[in-house]
Ligand binder design. Structure first.
Ligand SMILES: O=C(O)/C=C/C(=O)CC(=O)CC(=O)O
Ligand SMILES: [Ca+2]
Ligand SMILES: [Mg+2]
Length: 403
């Protein structure tokens, strides 16, 4: 028994306690923690406990995340103790709001945003689809986690509508561009890692220091306009095809909640260079599920990621780049060896040549009105699951062109 009602088997039990930013009608956004199907007002609880912290009244997790790992652990331990009913009071009703009564905001101000390309199945599939006749993997791929800097200002919270981008599109049969709404609008199911503690410019973050900087993880949907991307990406990489919207889940799962999800990474051959070499138990056994208009179309296994989040951060900073509170780096699309495990529609439909049936309709890329939901859970202690919640987005036509 806990001091609060948590539905049996909820992936939002005391072993999870993910953080977000919420408001109720007429009140200011502030830090909340998901407990079962409710949101706990953290600032109000801590005031009541006579340990107030202005960081918890902020409209972003930033100030709390900047306080660092000792404080994260202290707050988490205190919460677990209070909610487990170990305190004299055990009265939480006044601090809890049911989910249907709260508005969930973007949980932190996104600083810099990087997207990696850390999944070998995805990299090989995209190579085969986009660059037939060339080697699927570039020679650098197994030596460094390939990535690019994305657009932080268009990272949006789950539930935000995604406006179909227009741009220069390459036709399938021709190399001449036309301008108009993307006809190959896609998703990418990814996991993102959120920096809490900044680093100093010129000082790389070694593999072993990951926990000193990274606060938690979110689900990411890296919406991608494949026809825009295919025309523009040479030689500098993704640009407008991926900058119109990147959705993240509303809950940031603290790294402390993922300790039972840690597994060995897949073998790395060739052995990485020394700054990328270290603890191999950095895989994460996250089970992801992609639903398209309510139908599960894919189950990407994060366990198969080639590069670990610690390797991503080490590489991102090895040249001297610093990170700041609120920086987000995403893993890249998560795919498995099977078609039914692919985290993007371009893979799932093999470049649009092999439609999947969604709601009885043969489907390749996203139509206006389509909705995609990416959800995930991780193993917790015993039988418990740790929920990430979901990242949801519905595609709408551009307002001025919508019919
Ligand atoms: O291989 C390419 O040219 C492009 C790859 C992507 O679009 C994937 C990307 O954004 C990185 C990732 O999600 O893995
Ligand atoms: Ca991506
Ligand atoms: Mg504890």
């Amino acid at each position: 028994m806990t001091a609060v009602d948590i539905p049996a088997g909820s992936p939002f039990g005391l072993d999870n306690l993910p953080y977000g930013v919420f408001s109720t009608p007429g009140t200011a956004p502030r830090v909340g923690v998901r407990v079962g199907d409710r949101v706990l007002d953290l600032a109000a609880l801590f005031e009541d406990l006579e340990i107030p912290d202005p960081a918890l009244s902020a409209d972003s997790l930033g100030p709390f995340m900047a306080q660092g790992p000792a404080r994260w652990a202290e707050v988490r331990d205190r919460l677990q103790d209070e909610l487990a009913g170990h305190s004299r009071r055990g009265e939480f009703g006044q601090f809890l709001h049911t989910l249907d009564r709260v508005h969930l905001h973007l949980p932190f101000r996104v600083g810099d945003y990087v997207d990696f390309y850390a999944n070998e199945h995805h990299a090989r599939n995209l190579g085969a689809i986009l660059r037939p006749g060339s080697a699927a993997l570039h020679p650098n791929w197994k030596y460094l986690p390939v990535g690019y800097h994305g657009r932080a200002g268009t990272v949006v919270v789950s539930g935000t509508e995604v406006v179909r981008p227009s741009g220069q599109r390459r036709g399938i049969e021709t190399d001449m561009p036309t301008f108009g709404p993307s006809q190959r609008l896609d998703i990418e199911a990814e996991v993102g890692f959120v920096v809490g503690v900044p680093s100093r410019r010129g000082v790389p973050i070694p593999l072993g220091d990951f926990d000193a900087h990274v606060f938690g993880a979110v689900l990411v949907d890296d919406w991608s306009a494949r026809d825009i991307q295919a025309w523009e990406y040479v030689p500098l990489g993704p640009f407008l095809g991926k900058s119109f919207a990147t959705s993240i889940s509303a809950w940031v799962v603290p790294m402390g909640a993922l300790e039972h999800a840690r597994i060995a990474q897949p073998p790395q051959d060739p052995e990485p260079l020394p700054y990328l070499r270290g603890d191999r138990a950095w895989g994460l056994d996250l089970a992801i599920e992609v639903s398209w208009n309510g139908q599960v179309v894919s189950r990407p296994p994060y366990a198969q990621m080639y590069w670990s989040p610690a390797q991503m951060l080490a590489h991102l900073t090895v040249g001297g780049a610093s990170v700041r509170t609120g920086d987000l780096f995403a893993s890249g699309t998560v795919s498995g060896a099977e078609r039914s495990q692919c985290g993007s529609l371009i893979e799932l439909t093999w470049g649009g040549t092999e439609p999947v049936t969604v709601g009885g309709r043969p489907s390749t890329f996203l139509e206006d009105g389509d909705e995609v939901v990416i959800a995930a859970t991780a193993p917790g202690p015993g039988d418990a699951r740790i929920g990430f919640g979901e990242v949801r987005g519905r595609v709408i036509g551009r307002p001025e062109t919508a019919g």
